[in-house]
Design a protein around this ligand. Structure first.
Ligand code: ASC
Length: 150
């Protein structure tokens, strides 16, 4: 293989495996990590949702930045649902580990909705952003209904 191609391939592989690079010494660390990610995601999504709902003034720059951060966060939590992390300080239901494919599908739907939201948020147009906020909110709720304890 040509050297420069091999280097590029290695760099691409490293970039793709970035979220999976999170390593957890114990289940408690994985729980803390995913809670932190969801907290940041909810904070930045909520900031734009408040604009979309008219509860906060629309600031296009803040909306675009917040949506980008929320979308980035959406990629991170799922590597942290490791074996054994159904026990401890978590609202995650054991069903996650029993229906992994269904859980992953719900996660993917949320991530796709987040990607559309982040794209829409770059438009600077609240009417363009609003429906994508609704789609993300629906995807959050869908997963919580099945996989988060009350
Ligand atoms: C939010 C947030 C969630 C979702 C969910 C939508 O802003 O923090 O978890 O929206 O409430 O139903």
């Amino acid at each position: 293989m040509h050297r420069s191609f091999r280097l590029a391939a290695m760099a691409a592989a490293a970039a793709l495996s970035l979220p999976a690079a999170a390593q957890f010494a114990k289940p408690e660390d994985a729980i803390k990590y995913r809670k932190a990610v969801f907290t940041v995601m909810a904070s930045h999504f909520g900031r734009v949702a408040a604009m979309a709902n008219g509860r906060a003034p629309f600031d296009p720059k803040v909306a675009a930045e917040s949506a980008e951060i929320a979308q980035m966060m959406s990629r991170l939590p799922y590597v942290a649902f490791i074996d054994g992390s159904d026990q401890g300080q978590t609202a995650a239901k054991p069903e996650i580990w029993k229906e992994r494919d269904k859980f992953n599908a719900a996660a993917t739907k949320m991530q796709e909705a987040m990607a559309q939201f982040a794209t829409a948020a770059k438009s600077g147009n609240l009417d363009t952003i609003r429906p994508t906020v609704g789609a993300v909110g629906g995807a959050c709720k869908n997963c919580h209904d099945s996989y988060r304890k009350e």
